[in-house]
Write a new protein. Structure first.
Length: 454
């Protein structure tokens, strides 16, 4: 076993011990794991420490990750998601179990603009769990649906894990951000469909009936109060249209040129535009533009999230750099060399099982940081396209809330619903969410479910 592969084992093992056993946050766990990997080459410890840490600090994903964290604060402060949900409620109220469908759609919307599993559980749960309980869902099922829908966080773009993967040395340059975005949209669509089917199953099983009309805001009123919240989708749509497809080609043929199109960085502009739209739409709920003290207080209220987000990204990139220096590329080529004769489905299954095992004690970000490069090399070595490989990996890794023993989204949802023993949800979470995600990832990677050829 080479030092590169050994460093990966140490990295995963230390993360699990520090995060799951010692109960430290994922940023601390990854920082300790990063230091531990460098002990394999003590003679060059100082050099690797400086160069790998610098790689992490200057990583392209640092700014968008911080910006998405600030955007989540703005979303909670302005209540923009609540206004979006009111519109959805007014549209779907006649449907049996509409609360479950709206909860799922809310998670889709949140997944596409935040990518945070615990964040989806908190925001979606606070809005839809009480409604689901009032419409006939049990505490257990309401908690399970909200937790299971967290699988949409990393499955649908953008997400912290998506940006992290794009920055990994083994992946950087193999696919553009725009092409990857489209691939993840396609893969995520299968997961969204599966989540709606699961809600349909629960509605039939529990014999849920439509809610009463008086409990729902009229559509005209919902649109009157919240129509501006629909502009949030422009934050994703505009950069996507400008960098891919016919509009991008048209711009490239003008004086703007291909260089101008290439200069539009989706990782920068999506969180920036989303944040600007949220601030404009919800300005009544935010401090005035000239109220510096008010803005500082708003930032301070959530400032402890930034070290966790930033530390996770920096240490994951730094650890990837160390593992690359230790020769993990050559070690993995040797390890997976025999897989060239295997079918893509078998290879995807092996990668999926490995990711699901690690996703139990870790969250999605930690899992992808530990296994992203390894699984990407394994999947692409058997002819799977980069976009499809990453989509399958993220669908596997998005099961952070569904696989025991650790599940922050489950504990958050249970706190909202008042479910005293959250562990009773794990059986359904594994069967109806974790296992289904595994099947979808395998079918995507095996070429059975169609995907864009990126």
């Amino acid at each position: 076993m080479g030092p590169g592969l050994l460093s990966l084992i140490i990295f995963i093992g230390v993360i699990i011990i520090v995060n799951a056993v010692l109960k430290q946050n994922i940023a601390i766990a990854m920082g300790v794991a990063w230091l531990a990997t460098m002990l394999l080459d003590v003679r060059n410890f100082g050099t690797m420490f400086v160069t790998s840490l610098w790689d992490g600090i200057i990583g392209d994903v640092i700014f968008p990750s911080m910006c998405f964290g600030f955007m989540a604060v703005l979303m909670n402060r302005t209540g923009i998601i609540r206004r979006l949900v009111n519109i959805l409620n007014a549209i779907f109220w006649r449907i049996r179990g509409s609360a479950g469908y709206v909860s799922t759609m809310t998670s889709v919307l949140l997944g596409m603009v935040t990518g945070s599993g615990p964040g989806i559980s908190a925001v979606s749960g606070a809005i839809t769990i009480p409604w689901m309980e009032n419409s006939g869902f049990s505490k257990k099922v309401a908690t399970t649906i909200v937790t299971g829908n967290v699988t949409l966080a990393a499955s649908t773009p953008p997400s912290t894990s998506m940006f992290m993967l794009l920055a990994m040395p083994a992946i950087a340059g193999t696919i553009s951000a725009g092409d990857l975005y489209i691939s993840l949209l396609a893969g995520g669509a299968y997961v969204v469909i599966a989540r709606f089917i699961t809600v349909w199953f629960y509605i039939r099983k529990l014999d849920i009936q439509p809610v009463k009309r008086e409990d729902v805001m009229p559509l005209r009123q919902a649109l009157k109060e919240g129509w501006k919240s629909l502009f949030i989708f422009l934050g994703v749509l505009v950069p996507l249209l400008l960098t891919t497809g016919p509009i991008s080609d048209l711009l490239a043929s003008t004086p703007f040129g291909e260089a101008g199109v290439d200069s539009i960085d989706m990782m920068v502009w999506i969180p920036v535009l989303l944040s600007v739209i949220i601030m404009l739409e919800g300005k009544a709920y935010l401090p005035k533009w000239t109220d510096v003290k008010g803005w500082l207080n708003l930032i301070r209220a959530d400032i402890m999230n930034y070290p966790i987000i930033g530390g996770t990204i920096i240490f994951s990139i730094a650890a990837s750099s160390v593992m690359a220096d230790l020769g993990i590329g050559a070690d993995m080529e040797a390890l997976f060399g025999h897989l060239s004769g295997m079918s893509p489905i078998i290879t995807v299954m092996l990668a999926g099982i490995l990711i699901l095992i690690v996703a139990g004690p870790l969250n999605t970000t930690g899992t992808i940081a530990a296994l992203g490069s390894v699984c990407f090399v394994a999947l692409t070595s058997v002819g799977i396209s980069p976009g499809t490989a990453i989509s399958a990996m993220l669908i596997f890794g998005a099961t952070e809330g569904c696989i025991p023993p650790a599940s922050a989204p489950l504990f958050i949802a249970a706190g909202i619903s008042g479910l005293k023993d959250p562990s009773v949800c794990f059986k359904d979470l594994v069967l109806y969410y974790g296992l289904i995600n595994f099947v979808i990832g395998v079918l995507i990677g095996g070429g059975i479910l169609p995907m864009p050829a990126f």
